[in-house]
Write a protein that binds this ligand. Structure first.
Ligand code: SF4
Length: 196
């Protein structure tokens, strides 16, 4: 099915806003699979806020509504914000992001993120700017890493439950270095399994 704007996995509702992303990660699931858990997340047309809101089943309960698809949600920050404002208070809201939202939007969006979201998950993926750039290839180059660390730190400081996540394929030493970095920045930490 084309134009999957919302999809369900394990009791959560996911919102697929865009295929745009400031990164080109070597391990990105988009490079390996043309569907995710059976959902085709490549979009022929990006949705409006109204199209997303009307695609959400009215008769179902969800543990969380998660902004996460085949792209970086903050690439469409105005639409994201409109949807989150409409859903705020009805659902627990989570943002899965590469943490580059401030760079992408040219301003600090973390005050608004902290107002709207209950939880933020930032993909950390590496312990230094050089290593991050080697595997994630951000359009912002090495500046991306410092910006995403600051983004997560700022969200956590403003009271949002904020995690850094890494995929286990980066190796044990890197995972441990990332765990220390998370701790130093007062950000929670989780290790995800690499999806082949
Ligand atoms: S940040 Fe996420 S969506 Fe973007 S390329 Fe990396 S893994 Fe893929």
């Amino acid at each position: 099915m084309k134009n999957t704007y919302v999809y369900e996995i394990d009791g959560n509702l996911y919102i697929n806003l865009t295929n745009a992303c400031s990164n080109y990660c070597e391990f990105c699931v988009r490079n390996m699979k043309d569907n995710y858990d059976g959902y085709d997340l490549w979009l022929e047309k990006e949705p409006t806020a109204e199209e997303v809101l009307s695609a959400i089943p009215k008769d179902k309960e969800y543990d969380s509504v998660v902004f996460c698809g085949y792209g970086e949600p903050t690439e469409r920050y105005d639409v994201l914000k409109k949807i989150a404002m409409a859903l705020k208070g009805k659902y627990r809201l989570r943002l899965n992001t590469n943490g580059q939202g401030n760079l992408i939007n040219g301003r600090d969006i973390t005050d608004e993120i902290a107002l709207l979201f209950d939880e933020v998950n930032v993909s950390l993926n590496a312990s230094t700017a050089e290593k991050y750039d080697d595997i994630c290839h951000s359009v912002f180059g090495k500046a991306a890493f410092g910006a995403l660390v600051e983004f997560a730190r700022s969200c956590a400081k403003k009271g949002v439950k904020t995690h850094f996540s890494v995929v286990d394929c980066i190796g044990e030493d890197e995972v441990e270095a990332c765990r220390v970095l998370a701790f130093q920045n007062r950000v929670l930490f989780r290790v995800r399994k690499f999806i082949v």
